[in-house]
Design a protein around this ligand. Structure first.
Ligand code: SAM
Length: 283
């Protein structure tokens, strides 16, 4: 669907885009095709689409995948969405909040690959991405249109300004790749931020061995919680390390890390070594 068809659909159904639900409809057919192509879809695939809106992306996905399950929270959009997808036998629309959904049930026993392709509502990007990564590891790939800064943070490498706890959390579960940028002019109404497509290839096995996964993520969050502080100060005062700052100084030295190192310098492997060493000090 291009801009004219979308405007017609909006007019016929009296749709007024709701800002608080992140409703910026993508109306550039070339961009929609490029996003769907990142899914590398075939008839064997089931696609879960979050927020189909007026069905522009849904139509491209349905043409390439075996089945599309599209989860939309806003009941006001459902009549327009039903019209836009009326000729597509392989699309099911579920009226729900994606954050309340049981993802395995959405896939409903599909035996082939399951992928997610979506132009996400930006206000809950992180919650949606982490829900899929943590609760639905059977999902092979996520192709997501998100705010450009968030795409950069997901894919960031250690030592860069964008590297933070989101980078480590996403990269623990998946290999991210920023595919391309999408200008605000491709949307109706245009968002106030730049957008980018990020592709997350879900890992079959974790990249690091962890003694205590919860502790690992607590350590990562504490390390980035106060970015301007050294790791020694940020983590030493967090209550996570038995023996506090003194014990932590010894652990950092043992791991060959400089006393004034900051969290943003540590790779995933180094965070894993640190968290595993703290776990052994706790036991
Ligand atoms: N896919 C359409 C497109 O590309 O034009 C619409 C994308 S728009 C950025 C985000 C969509 O997500 C909206 O249709 C919005 O109503 C829907 N949405 C917002 N929050 C949601 C939630 N918690 N669960 C499911 N859908 C949601």
């Amino acid at each position: 669907m291009g801009v004219r068809e979308t405007r017609d659909l909006i007019g016929r159904h009296g749709v007024r885009p709701t800002k608080s639900l992140g409703q910026n409809f993508l109306v550039d057919d070339n961009v929609l095709a490029k996003i769907a192509a990142q899914g590398a879809l075939s008839a064997a695939d089931l696609v879960i689409e979050v927020g189909p809106g007026l069905g522009g992306l849904t139509r491209h996905l349905a043409a390439q995948a075996g089945r599309v399950v599209a989860v939309e929270i806003d009941r006001h959009l459902l009549p327009a969405l039903a019209e836009a997808t009326a000729d597509l036998a392989n699309v099911s629309v579920v009226h729900a909040d994606i954050l309340d959904c049981d993802l395995a049930s959405l896939a409903g026993g599909w035996t082939g690959p399951v992928k997610v392709v979506a132009n996400l509502p930006y206000y809950i990007t992180t919650a949606i991405v982490m829900k899929f990564l943590e609760e639905f590891p059977a999902c092979e790939r996520l192709v997501l249109l998100v705010q450009r800064e968030v795409a950069d943070r997901m894919a960031a490498k250690p030592g860069t300004k964008d590297y933070g706890s989101l980078s480590v959390a996403v990269q623990y579960h998946a290999a991210p790749r920023r595919a391309f940028l999408v200008a605000p002019t491709c949307f109706l109404p245009p968002p106030e931020v730049d957008s980018a497509v990020v592709v997350l290839e879900v890992r079959r096995a974790p990249p690091v061995a962890l003694a205590d996964r919860r502790l690992f993520f607590s350590v990562v969050r504490a390390a980035f919680g106060q970015r301007r502080k050294t790791l020694h100060n940020a983590l030493g005062g967090s209550g996570l390390v038995p023996g506090g700052r003194d014990a932590l100084a010894g652990i950092l030295a043992e791991l060959g890390l400089p006393p004034a190192v900051r969290g943003e310098a540590l790779s995933m492997e180094q965070f894993a070594q640190l968290a595993n060493r703290i776990a052994s000090a706790k036991s």
